[in-house]
Design a protein around this ligand. Sequence first.
Ligand SMILES: [Zn+2]
Length: 280
Amino acid sequence: MNLHDAHNHLHDEWLLPHLDRIAAELGTAGIASAVVNGTTPADWPQVSALATRFSWVIPSYGVHPWDCGNRPDDWLGLLESRLASEPRAHVGEIGLDRWILDRAKPDDPRLAGLRRAPLDEQTGVFTAQLALAAADNRAASVHCIDAWGALSDTLRTTPLPARGFLLHAYAGPEEMIKPFADLGAYFSFNGSFLDPKRQNQRNLFKSVPPDRLLIETDAPAMPLPAALEKFSLPPSPTGTRLNHPANLAAVYDGLADFLGRPVKSLATQVEHNFRRLYCD
Ligand SMILES: [Zn+2]
């Protein structure tokens, strides 16, 4: 079986000290390709270096909504020239996030030092990046938390890539799956949804059209339940539990179990979907 990680951050500074071991274990676990997402101009060179080193890395570049408030003035020109020099690259991680404005704690360590951009500013940055993806027909990898109505409004009024776009770790309303799919959305299942307490998120994937289903780790973020982990890493310097991207195989197994279908048939379906969105 060839397994494909639709969304991760392999270049993350917390994974880099372990990169040689991780790359070897990804091979052991059958991971055939991974879309590696930069989130700010400062980390795009690391994504690019990984794509040069590993042929199975598919690079993707964007300004994440959490990084929107601290973006440099020339961010859009930097993105245009980065994409022009890398024809295989896609666009992401981009998106909208109202959680950082309404629900995140003021002292959340993941947001330390970040200016939390208001939603209209996030929307402008998101729309400009979608337009770049649409112009070159590159896939867009989209993050959305607590902003589903705004996301729907933006997607309906902005040019979109003809090949489609990914709603990564989809946890939006069930009734929006079909309208998003009609706009070209793919939906990726994340290993953290295998947590027994996240039944609502798991159940959403019974409504995802089979030809729009993808699987992801979001490594080093969003670890799967510890009991299901096949590969582990030491915690980050700040004590955060890290998700090893080779756990993708366990996510395939968990989703196949949940959907009641053989993992081989699931993997074949996901491979077709992955190639259609990222490779064809
Ligand atoms: Zn991500």
